[in-house]
Design a protein around this ligand. Structure first.
Ligand code: GDD
Ligand code: MG
Length: 334
């Protein structure tokens, strides 16, 4: 099975971290987000991945110079300019010469849903496209997808106002497509799969869906980027993984609770780190408190400073001693 993995977004919601590193190359506990996503696809039988990208493509190439990620061969399809989700799928599939049934995934989705099951259902009903759905409390941030009892899709509404969402089953960002879907997408311009292509396939009655309540998180926001890491150490996806790297240094009298501390990071004497992710090479100085926040690679939190409330500290950024940072992005994102 071949999969196109969309990784060309700007990661706006995760700035300032994504100003230098594309979202899918941010670390998640011990590996890049992409490596987790591709590893999961491989476990479901995907053996070739076409990376659909543009924004900061060099970061991907530098990380996977031999074009192998999680044991899977990668092909890079670099858009000359962002073509939006459908334009990107078309560009990548054509670049890779795909002419058989293929998979598409949003590269920021962490999930245990069974792609093989979507693939089987797709063939069983003879669909042109089949998408996985997951239930959420607030559908307004996603593509909302009502179906009939057999799973035929009745409509596709991207990010509707909360009180107008017809169901709480949403687009889980995992699709199986016939190559004919590509003929529906204009070349050379931005086309949104959610706003243009899906509604067009629905109008022809050829879009189907498979519901799944398996683990599912879109990691594209500060809250969910932190959540996927804490979920891994909590064992919500298979065996719990250790949060504190063997190559991190945590002082004996520091407190690290329910947190990720990556390689080369330092937590000094008397510091407290709770429900947070301290990325590689960052430093939390003596007496500082980091709570429910993300401290970027190489950043330093000064002595007795307080960082809390889902704050995001950017790469190599210094928070002054005694500073108080609550629910903020540093450097400030304009
Ligand atoms: N190559 C390329 N080019 N990739 C892109 C582009 C582009 O122009 N624009 C976005 N992407 C990639 C992003 O990097 C991401 O992996 C994926 O496409 C989806 O974009 P997001 O920005 O993360 O979209 P979203 O989270 O707001 O909504 C999408 O995902 C939800 C599920 O996670 C939609 O597909 C919703 O319908 C869906 O419910
Ligand atoms: Mg997303």
């Amino acid at each position: 099975m071949k999969a196109v993995v969309l990784v060309g977004g700007f990661g706006t919601r995760l700035r300032p971290l994504t100003l230098s590193t594309p979202k899918q190359m941010l670390p998640v506990v011990d590996r890049s987000m992409l490596e987790h996503v591709v590893g999961t696809l491989a476990s479901h039988g995907v053996d070739e991945v076409v990376l659909s990208l543009g924004y900061k493509e060099d970061v991907f190439r530098d990380a996977y110079p031999d074009a192998v990620c999680a044991g899977v061969n990668l092909r890079y399809a670099v858009e000359p300019e962002p073509l939006d989700t459908a334009g990107a799928v078309r560009f990548a599939a054509m670049a890779a010469g795909i002419n058989e049934t293929f998979i598409v995934v949003n590269g920021d989705v962490f999930t245990d849903l069974d792609v093989g099951e979507v693939w089987r259902r797709h063939h069983e009903v003879g669909a042109e496209g089949t998408i996985a759905l997951t239930p959420v409390d607030d559908p307004s941030r996603y593509g909302v997808v009502p179906t009939d009892a057999d799973g035929r899709v009745l409509g596709f509404v991207e990010k509707p106002p909360r009180d107008e969402a017809p169901t709480n089953w949403i687009n889980a960002g995992t699709y199986v497509f016939e190559p004919s879907v590509l003929d529906r997408i204009d070349g050379g311009r931005k086309v949104s799969i959610e706003r243009e292509t899906f509604p067009a396939i629905v109008a022809d009655g050829a879009l189907w869906a498979v519901q799944s309540d398996a683990y599912w998180v879109d990691a594209g926001t500060p809250a969910t980027y932190l959540q996927i890491q804490l979920d891994l150490i909590d064992g919500l996806r298979g065996r719990a993984v250790p949060g504190v790297s063997a190559e991190a240094s945590v002082a004996d009298d520091a407190v690290v609770e329910h947190s990720v501390v990556m390689a080369g990071a330092v937590v000094e004497s008397g510091a407290v780190v709770r429900d947070s992710a301290i990325l590689a090479g960052a430093r939390v100085a003596a007496g500082a408190l980091v709570e429910g926040s993300v401290v970027g690679p190489g950043a330093s939190i000064g002595a007795n400073a307080k960082v809390a409330g889902l704050s995001i500290i950017g790469y190599d950024t210094a928070v002054e001693p005694d500073a108080v940072v609550v629910s903020s992005k540093i450097p400030e994102v304009v």
